[in-house]
Every structure is written in structure tokens, then in C-alpha cells.
Ligand binder design. Structure first.
Ligand code: CP
Length: 301
């Protein structure tokens, strides 16, 4: 029976412990320049319906470094752009690949792809969430601060975004408190907040969200596909920029995360992104290490 990774709820708290332990081990092996060939003879297909730098490169590097092979397909350069259904595409890929990563728009499209696929499907970002990014983020927190459990994470800006939603979902598996700092209209749906129980606190005051936090996270204010709303979003989110003054309200030694790409001077100041508390470059690198562990889990079981 194949196992997909479409949302964080597709794995358990116990699975995440094993996954992070394996990712730490794989990262250490890589730093020692050891060769790992656990996925030799296996093939991964990456399908992109949206642009990507990190997801594209980190999945390719992960698969090749584990001895496997990869094909990357963009919808624009394939028959998807000429109307071939996503279900037919998934059935065809199933004959060639051991795993597929799909980056798309709506979750209906992601779910339809996964249903038609005979091999495991990984969500490489959809409107509903960005679960592989959250794994890299929380792995980075563990690496920098020793553990995720018991920590307070503040997320600022568009908290209804895929990153905001996945952070809310993650509170159910990783034992941290989440503070969302966002204006009205940028809050996750009430049903999602209710599922998180009492672990999520929402405030319109960014200083209240950040005060005493161990980790401060932000993301772009205009996600892919929202370009027409950019001017309005910029105006409404204006007071939520993560700058030095706001970061000073977090715990001394707090770390800053941003999944990138970043817009210096919009959601984050250049001084914070490039400053001593920023963990964003480790966060980006950790995409690869965590995804290696995830690929092994889904392909080898
Ligand atoms: N963070 C992230 O998913 O980056 P890309 O859009 O470049 O893949």
C-alpha cells in the first residue's frame, strides 16, 4: 500500500521522530563526505505547475545523492499545458517512477493526482500547505535550539497562507506553542484553528506575537498566483514587517526563519534576514536533508 505525504497529518508524531533522527544522520554523513546509496535504482519524478528554486534543487540533490535518478517536468513544457488530465499524467508517471513530487495550485488537483498515482506522492507546495518546508523549518529549530517541544514560535504576516496553515497543523505533532501575528482577513480558517486545540494564539499585534518567542518566522506577503492583489496586501500587512525593533522583543538568542524567496524591505528587513539571528540559509539547506529521509520512508517503507 503506497503512502502519500500531502499534509502533515499523513505521518504520525512517532514517524516524525524517526524521520528527524534519520535526517540528522544523513546530514552528518554528507558533512563527512560519505556516500549513501539507499535509493540506488529508484526514480523520482518532480512535476511543477509553479516556479521553484529550492524545492526543485533540493529534491534533485537529495535523490541523486542517495544513488537514485530524477526527471523534472514543468506543466508548461509537457502535455499538461495542452490539456492532458492530471489523472492520466499520474497514471503514466506511475509506470516510470517510485515516487512523485507535485507542486500545484488547488488541493483538489493535488488530491486527484495522488488518487490516480500508484506510487507515493509528495506535496511540493499547494494552496493548502507546504508540509516539506515545515519539516525543514522544525528540523532547523531542533538543530539550533535542541528541541521543538515546549518552544514558542511566532509567525507574522499572511497567516492564512500555505505556510501559516501548515504551521497550525504542525502544532498537533511537534508540541510547540504557535503565535500568529496578522490583521483581520489574514487569519487561518476557524475550523483549522479549532483542530489545533489551545496550541495557537492569534493576535493583530505583532509585538504581542513576538514577545518572548524562541523562533520568529515570516514569509512573502504575496504568494504565487496572488500577484493581482499585491498592492492591497502590501498596504494591509505593512505593520507586520519583521525588523530589528520587532525581533528585539523575542527571546535573546531567538532564531529567524523564512522559507525564501524573501523580499528585503517588505515582510523582513535586510538587517534581520542577513543578521546574526537568521537561520534561513541552514533552513534552505535542511530542505535537502529532511527530504532525503522522507524519500527513503515513502519509497522503502
Ligand atoms: N521555499 C520554497 O519552497 O522555495 P521554492 O519556491 O524556491 O521552491
Amino acid at each position: 500500500m503506497k503512502r502519500d505525504f500531502l499534509t502533515l497529518s499523513d505521518l504520525t508524531e512517532a514517524d516524525y521522530r524517526v524521520l528527524f533522527d534519520r535526517a540528522h544522520a544523513l546530514k552528518a554523513s554528507r558533512k563527512r563526505k560519505e556516500v549513501v546509496t539507499s535509493l540506488a535504482g529508484r526514480h523520482l519524478v518532480l512535476v511543477f505547475e509553479k516556479a521553484s528554486t529550492r524545492t526543485h534543487l533540493s529534491f534533485e540533490a537529495a535523490m541523486y545523492q542517495l544513488g537514485g535518478t530524477v526527471t523534472t517536468l514543468s506543466s508548461a513544457s509537457s502535455q499538461i499545458a495542452r490539456g492532458e488530465t492530471i489523472e492520466d499524467t499520474a497514471r503514466v508517471i506511475s509506470g516510470y517512477a517510485d515516487c512523485v513530487m507535485f507542486r500545484t495550485f488547488g488541493d483538489e488537483r493535488l488530491n486527484a493526482f495522488a488518487k490516480a498515482s500508484a506510487v507515493p506522492v509528495i506535496n511540493g507546495l499547494s494552496e493548502g500547505g507546504h508540509p516539506v518546508q515545515i519539516l525543514a523549518d522544525l528540523f532547523t529549530v531542533e538543530e539550533r535550539l535542541g528541541s521543538v517541544k515546549g518552544k514558542t514560535i511566532a509567525f507574522l504576516g499572511d497567516c492564512a497562507s500555505n505556510m501559516g496553515r501548515s504551521f497550525v497543523e504542525a502544532t498537533r505533532f511537534f508540541g510547540f506553542e504557535l503565535r500568529l501575528g496578522c490583521p483581520e482577513g489574514y487569519r487561518p480558517a476557524a475550523a483549522l484553528l479549532a483542530e489545533a486545540g489551545g496550541r495557537v494564539h492569534v493576535t493583530a499585534d505583532p509585538a504581542e506575537a513576538v514577545r518572548g518567542a524562541d523562533v520568529v518566522v515570516t514569509d512573502v506577503w504575496t504568494s504565487m498566483g496572488q500577484e493581482a492583489e499585491s498592492a492591497r496586501r502590501m498596504k494591509e500587512l505593512h505593520g507586520y514587517q519583521l525588523d530589528e525593533a520587532l525581533l528585539a522583543k523575542a527571546k535573546p538568542g531567538a532564531i529567524v526563519l523564512h522559507c525564501l524567496p524573501a523580499h528585503r524591505g517588505e515582510e523582513i528587513s535586510a538587517g534581520v534576514l542577513d543578521g546574526p539571528q537568521s537561520a534561513v540559509w541552514d533552513e534552505a539547506e535542511n530542505r535537502m536533508h529532511v527530504q532525503k529521509a522522507l524519500l527513503e520512508k515513502l519509497i522503502l517503507g
